[in-house]
Design a binder for this molecule. Structure first.
Ligand code: NAD
Length: 260
């Protein structure tokens, strides 16, 4: 089981990362949270996970667009857990939308640094202790946009395609070591962000929130969004011994979007 394993989940103060942190805590993992948020809300989140699952929970600051912060995050983690991180979930991410010919270079750099360079640096730092234990899990949260493109999302689509490649290289280099590396590619996920988007659309179009959700997820042949808990369960499965031979690959959860 996963009891007592140390899991670092980036971008876990909100949305998908938060759900993954809870899922891993429910399996008995000690959790390192990371991400932005109001200090009192982060304290509440820590306390909530500790109360529900009786595991250790720490939140460490770190702006993943800054390589110094990335290194400090790992240094902080190793201070508390000298045995290192057993499960690394590279989840932090953000979107920026603009036509390619006017896409600001600093936004390109920002998205690539958070969604591709930080996962690379964290992977580098986590591997040595994973190797010495003969066990590790690295799971990169990509997106359906790691497989297909949409207009105006040059940086996001490039970063998400890039992480698919990094995942395969790491999987090959780690093969036979007990360390696996995989991606999960969600379509539209029912995060607070998505629900707020649906509420705005409902008001704007004078339709119900449910109909607004349907309108947003019509790109999914299933017509339904992905739930955070579903992603969390998939991540927990990839961390289980049933997934020992699943490496260098991807689980797509997009209601059929990329099959279309
Ligand atoms: P969210 O906005 O709810 O959460 C993002 C998290 O990342 C937050 O905790 C935030 O503080 C953190 N973060 C952002 N910038 C950071 C930085 N510079 N340093 C450290 N932390 C930072 O987003 P979400 O919807 O939960 O998305 C999580 C991941 O899932 C992202 O990689 C996203 O691309 C991917 N994803 C989301 C969807 C979706 O529909 N929501 C679909 C496919 C993939």
């Amino acid at each position: 089981g996963l009891h007592g394993k140390v899991a670092l989940v980036t971008g876990s103060t909100s949305g998908i990362g938060r759900g993954i942190a809870e899922g891993l805590a429910s399996r008995g993992c000690n959790i390192i949270l990371n991400g932005f948020g109001a200090p009192n809300e982060i304290k509440d989140l820590e306390a909530d996970i500790i109360k529900k699952y009786d595991t250790k929970v720490h939140h460490f600051q770190g702006d993943l667009s800054r390589s110094n912060d990335v290194q400090r995050l790992i240094d902080d983690a190793f201070k508390i857990y000298p045995g290192g991180v057993d499960i690394l979930i590279n989840n932090a991410g953000l979107q920026y939308v603009s036509p390619v010919e006017s896409f600001p270079a600093e936004k390109w750099n920002l998205l690539l640094s958070i969604m591709l360079t930080a996962p690379f640096l964290l992977t580098q730092r986590c591997i040595p202790t994973m190797k010495s234990k003969g066990w590790g899990r690295i799971i990169n949260i990509s997106s359906a946009h790691g497989l297909v493109a949409s207009p105006y999302k040059a940086a996001y689509v490039s970063a998400k395609h890039g992480i698919m490649g990094l995942t395969k290289v790491v999987a090959l280099e780690m093969a036979g070591s007990g360390i696996t590396c995989n991606t999960v590619c969600p379509g539209y996920v029912e995060t607070p962000l998505f629900i707020n988007q649906a509420k705005d659309k409902a008001v704007e179009k004078g339709i119900s929130v449910d109909d607004a959700k349907k309108d947003i997820v019509k790109v999914h042949p299933s017509g339904e969004p992905v739930k955070v808990e579903e992603i969390s369960e998939t991540v927990c499965f990839l961390c289980s011994s049933s997934a020992n031979q699943i490496t260098g690959t991807n689980i797509t959860m997009d209601g059929g979007w990329t099959a279309n």
